[in-house]
Design a protein around this ligand. Structure first.
Ligand code: ADP
Ligand code: MG
Length: 269
C-alpha cells in the first residue's frame, strides 16, 4: 500500500449487508490543502442522496473519490460491500490492480455538469461505445439496449443525431443513457443541470426522477432544491469538507439546524 494511509486493517469493519454506499472519515488533500476533512455518508440501495453545499466545499472531490478519479488519503469507502481501491484477502488489504479498479469503476455511472459526449459520434454510437469496447457484448444486443435507453430518456427519434444537432438537455440525456448502458449499480450526478438553459433543466430532472422511481441508487450534487425535496430520500449538506447536517430533505429544508445550512438554503431557495 504505497502512499495511502488506510486505517489499520482492524479499523475497516467487515462488509455487512448494509448500505450501497458507505463512506467513513474520508480525507482528501491536494498538496497541503485538505479538501475533505472526514466525510461520513451512507446511502441505502434504491435511495437518492442529494449533496448540497457551497462552491468549493468538496462535493465534486467526494464524488470523484467514489469513482476512482481521486485517491483518498485516509478513511474508506465501500460500494455494494466492496472497498473502493482495496481488495480484502486473507484478512489483509491489498491495493487493487488496474484491472480490478476498472471493473469497480464500470459498476458506477457518472454524469458531469458538462456532458462530454464524443462529438464525432451519433447519440446511438455514444451510448454503444463503452459496452462494445469494454463489455465485449454482441453488437446487436448492445445496439438494442442503447436504442431502448435512448427511447427511455425521450430520444428515440434522435439516435442518428450528432451532439452538435442536439440541445444541451438532449445531450445530457444521451450522457445519462450512456452511463446506464454499462448497467451500473450506482449513479453519481455532479450538478447535471447547472450548465443548462433554465427551460431545459426540467427534462433532465424528469429523466432522473424516472430513474429514481425505477430503484436506481443515486448520489446527486445539485442546487435544485425542488428536486431534493421531491425525489431525495436524504439530504447531506457539506461545507468546508465535512458533513454539517443531514437528514430527510423535507425536514432539513424546512427546518435547518445549523447556521451554515440556513445561510446556504436562504441563498438557493
Ligand atoms: P465543489 O464541487 O463543492 O464546488 P470541489 O470538490 O470541486 O468543490 O473543490 C473543493 C476544493 O478543492 C476547491 O478549493 C478546489 O479548488 C480544490 N481542488 C479540487 N480539485 C483539485 C485539484 N485537482 N488540485 C488542487 N485543488 C483541487
Ligand atoms: Mg463541484
Amino acid at each position: 500500500m504505497t502512499g495511502v494511509t488506510v486505517p489499520g486493517q482492524a479499523g475497516v469493519p467487515a462488509a455487512e449487508s448494509g448500505p450501497m454506499v458507505h463512506a467513513e472519515q474520508v480525507h482528501k488533500s491536494f498538496g497541503s490543502i485538505e479538501v475533505l476533512k472526514g466525510i461520513d455518508l451512507q446511502v441505502r440501495a434504491g435511495e437518492v442522496c442529494c449533496l448540497l453545499g457551497p462552491s468549493g466545499s468538496g462535493k465534486s472531490t467526494f464524488l470523484r473519490c467514489i469513482n476512482h478519479l481521486e485517491k483518498i488519503n485516509a478513511g474508506w469507502i465501500r460500494v455494494d460491500g466492496e472497498l473502493i481501491g482495496y481488495r480484502e484477502r486473507g484478512g489483509k488489504l491489498h491495493e487493487m490492480r488496474e484491472k480490478e479498479v476498472a471493473a469497480q469503476r464500470r459498476a458506477i455511472g457518472m454524469v458531469f455538469q458538462r456532458f462530454n459526449l464524443f462529438p464525432h459520434k451519433t447519440a446511438l454510437e455514444n451510448v454503444t461505445e463503452a459496452p462494445l469496447l469494454v463489455r465485449r457484448e454482441k453488437r446487436a444486443e448492445v445496439r438494442d439496449r442503447a436504442a431502448a435507453l435512448l427511447e427511455r430518456v425521450g430520444l428515440g427519434d434522435k439516435l442518428g443525431n450528432y451532439p452538435s444537432q442536439l440541445s444541451g438537455g438532449q445531450q445530457q440525456r444521451v450522457a445519462i443513457a450512456r452511463a446506464l448502458a454499462m448497467k451500473p449499480k450506482l449513479m453519481l450526478f455532479d450538478e447535471p443541470t447547472s450548465a443548462l438553459d433554465p427551460e431545459l433543466v426540467g427534462e433532465v430532472l424528469d429523466v432522473m426522477k424516472d430513474l429514481a422511481r425505477d430503484g436506481m441508487t443515486m448520489i446527486v450534487v445539485t442546487h435544485e432544491i425542488g428536486f431534493a425535496r421531491e425525489v431525495g430520500d436524504s439530504l447531506v449538506f457539506i461545507d468546508g469538507g465535512v458533513v454539517v447536517e443531514s437528514g430527510n430533505p423535507r425536514e432539513v429544508i424546512a427546518n435547518p439546524q445549523h447556521e451554515r445550512t440556513k445561510t446556504f438554503l436562504a441563498k438557493v431557495l
